[in-house]
Design a protein around this ligand. Structure first.
Ligand code: CP
Ligand code: NVA
Length: 318
C-alpha cells in the first residue's frame, strides 16, 4: 500500500531513498524532456512567502518539463497563512493540485500543511531547512566527486541557519562526514545535531561542530558557505557582518582543503563577505552546476513523491 509522502526536512527520506532520487535526477538530466509524470497537465502550486530566483524558476521550468502546469503564487498574493488557516488552505489545495510547494518562515507551518494535505507537500525553504537545495548540492558533488559516502563536507559561516542544518542532515544521510564551523552562538541547535548524529550512526557518516574554521576545512572534499544574513534577518545586518569575518571562504582558507575540493554556494552570493570573488569565480567552484541541478533534483523529487504516494499517473515517474 502506498503512503502519502512529503519532503519537509532532509531526514524525511532514508539514505536509499535519497540515492533513488539522485539516480532519477541524473536520468532526467541526461534526457530532459523524456519524463512526463505531470502530463494532463496536472497543476503544482508553488507558494512564496519570501523572494526567490532559483527556486521559483527551477520549479516552474521543471514542472513544465514534466508535462505539468506551474501555478506560482508570490508573496502577498494569496490568503494562505494570514486570511485563512493553513489547515483550511491545505484541504482546498488538495482538491485542485497534485503537489504543494511552499517557501515560508516557520517549519511548523509546513508541518501543519502536510498534516491536512492529501497531496505531497515540499519545503522550498523555511527558517529551519532548505532540503531541495541539498538534493541539488549532493547531485553536484556526485557528478564531480563520485560516491558521496565517506567524503568530508565542510560548511562555514552562519552554522545556525537553514542551509547549515540541511548540510548536516542531508550530508550524514548520504554517509558523509559533515563539519560545521561558525562563531559561538551561531552553531546548530542541539536537536539538529542529535538528529544528525542519529542518522550518521546508521550510515557511517559523522558530525563535527566547531568554532575553528581552518580545522573544519583541513583536508575537506567539499567546502560550502551561505549568506551571513538570511531572509528575515535583515535587521541584524550590522551585528552579523561584524561576527562572521573569520569564517569567510577565502583562497587562503580553501588552500587547507583537499587539492581536488569543490566549492558550493546555494546563491545568492555576496562576494567579499561570506566568499571571496576569487573562490566563487575560481577553478574549484561548481556553483553554476549546483544552481542548474536545482531543476533536475526537484523534477526527480516531484516524480518520486507522486510515485511513492501512489499518485503517479505515468510509468515514467520512476
Ligand atoms: N538558492 C536558492 O534557494 O535561491 P533563491 O532564493 O533564488 O530561490
Ligand atoms: N540562508 C539563506 C538561503 C537562501 C537561499 C536564506 O534563508 O535567506
Amino acid at each position: 500500500m502506498s503512503t502519502l509522502r512529503h519532503f519537509l526536512a532532509d531526514t524525511d527520506i532514508t539514505r536509499a531513498e535519497q540515492t533513488e532520487i539522485l539516480d532519477l535526477a541524473l536520468a532526467m538530466k541526461a534526457d530532459r524532456f523524456a519524463h512526463r509524470p505531470l502530463a494532463g497537465p496536472q497543476t503544482v502550486a508553488v507558494f512564496f512567502d519570501k523572494t526567490s530566483t532559483r527556486t521559483r524558476v527551477s520549479f516552474a521550468a521543471g514542472i513544465a518539463d514534466l508535462g505539468g502546469n506551474a501555478l506560482i503564487v508570490n508573496p502577498g498574493e494569496s490568503q494562505l497563512g494570514h486570511k485563512e488557516s493553513i489547515s483550511d488552505s491545505a484541504k482546498v489545495l488538495s482538491r485542485m493540485v497534485s503537489t504543494v510547494v511552499w517557501r515560508t518562515y516557520a517549519q511548523a507551518g509546513l508541518e501543519e500543511m502536510a498534516a491536512h494535505s492529501s497531496v505531497p507537500v515540499i519545503n522550498a525553504l523555511s527558517d529551519e531547512y532548505h532540503p531541495c537545495q541539498l538534493l541539488a548540492d549532493l547531485l553536484t558533488v556526485r557528478e564531480h566527486k563520485g560516491d558521496l559516502a565517506g567524503l568530508t563536507m565542510t560548511y562555514l559561516g552562519d552554522a545556525a541557519n537553514n542551509m547549515a542544518a540541511s548540510y548536516l542532515l542531508a550530508g550524514v544521510t548520504a554517509g558523509m562526514h559533515v563539519r560545521l564551523a561558525g562563531p559561538e552562538g551561531y552553531l546548530p541547535n542541539d536537536d539538529v545535531v542529535a538528529a544528525g548524529r542519529a542518522r550518521a550512526a546508521e550510515t557511517g557518516g559523522s558530525v563535527t561542530v566547531t568554532t575553528d574554521a581552518a580545522a573544519a576545512v583541513s583536508g575537506a572534499d567539499v567546502v560550502a558557505t551561505d549568506t551571513w544574513i538570511s531572509m528575515g534577518q535583515e535587521d541584524e545586518k550590522e551585528e552579523r557582518l561584524a561576527l562572521f569575518g573569520d569564517y569567510a571562504l577565502t583562497s587562503s582558507l580553501l588552500a587547507g582543503a583537499s587539492d581536488s575540493a569543490v566549492v558550493l554556494h546555494c546563491l545568492p552570493a555576496y562576494r567579499g563577505f561570506e566568499i571571496e570573488a576569487g573562490v566563487i569565480d575560481g577553478p574549484q567552484s561548481v556553483v553554476w552546476d549546483e544552481a542548474e541541478n536545482r531543476l533536475h533534483a526537484q523534477k526527480a523529487l516531484m516524480a518520486w513523491l507522486l510515485a511513492r504516494s501512489g499518485l503517479a499517473t505515468d510509468e515514467s515517474a520512476g
